[in-house]
Ligand binder design. Sequence first.
Ligand SMILES: C[S@@+](CC[C@H](N)C(=O)[O-])C[C@H]1O[C@@H](n2cnc3c(N)ncnc32)[C@H](O)[C@@H]1O
Ligand SMILES: [Zn+2]
Length: 303
Amino acid sequence: MNNKNFEWLDFFDCFNCKKKLELCDPTEATVFCKECRQEFILTESGLPIIIKDIKPIKEEIETRGKDKEYWFNDDQVQKMLEGAWRHVFKQRCEYWKEILSKKLSDESVIMDFGCGDGANFSILKTLPHKKLIGFDYNLLRLEKAKKYEGSAEYLVMGNIFEDLLKEQSFDMIFCNHVVEHIEDDQKILDLFYKYLKPGGELFLGVPNEGSVICTIRDKAIQPGLREKTDHVNFYTAKTISELVQNSKFENIKTKNLGFVFPHTFIDKKLKSFKPTHDLLSMTAEKLFKSQSDSIYLSANKQS
Ligand SMILES: C[S@@+](CC[C@H](N)C(=O)[O-])C[C@H]1O[C@@H](n2cnc3c(N)ncnc32)[C@H](O)[C@@H]1O
Ligand SMILES: [Zn+2]
């Protein structure tokens, strides 16, 4: 990890004076804005904290972590690679790796928004790019991401709603399984539009939980399931496309991937065996595409 070279500063304006954040008297623990001397803290491991008000984030993470402690403490990446979801994870990664490899070049600057533990870095890093930045507001998860060898070149802790990233900074924003957690999803998409360079690429992954099969599962077969997740948005390919279109994106394309069995216990079992996973995925793709497990969407900002 390379945070010590401070190149991550390129992506931010100072939240105090709004000028480009420039390096001035860096110490082991802080960086100062050259213009106004606003202080920015670095964690012990060198992670920059670019946030105006850390208190509400800390409180939110602590509260949410209380009833879902495993979510914060478990090794999510290891779980994805080795647990029951490994075939799903592999299928998704293979899909987006192929799509993204055609869209990126050695000059591409990529942001993985809501990178969490960095589950997607090991693949993003193998794709053509110039810089890869991981951005998330959960320090615990970012510190875990930092430990992985294949981690992003730059990791920054911040809250996207503070709108501190610089306009037109990225060629691609990659955002996997984040917007379904966020109340004001339209605002996030507007910000993505702002932070992309003209012609830049948005690549989103979301669960297809607005499908008929998931709605029946959540309302009739396993009522109360929705209250147990921290998802607040339940999309279909149509509803997520509309949202992206409302934020002025163009050239919107979606792909439905995987299958869902309408009971989470059986679904997990079927997905954990490669033959059933592959067979049901293939069948779903041919016959019940709209009832898939996830949706991937790509779109462009106007050139
Ligand atoms: C379900 S996780 C997805 C992690 C990763 N993208 C993946 O594919 O495994 C959602 C992530 O979004 C982050 N997040 C949610 N709201 C955020 C915000 N306002 N600013 C920054 N990060 C946010 C959370 O901290 C969490 O790590
Ligand atoms: Zn300043």
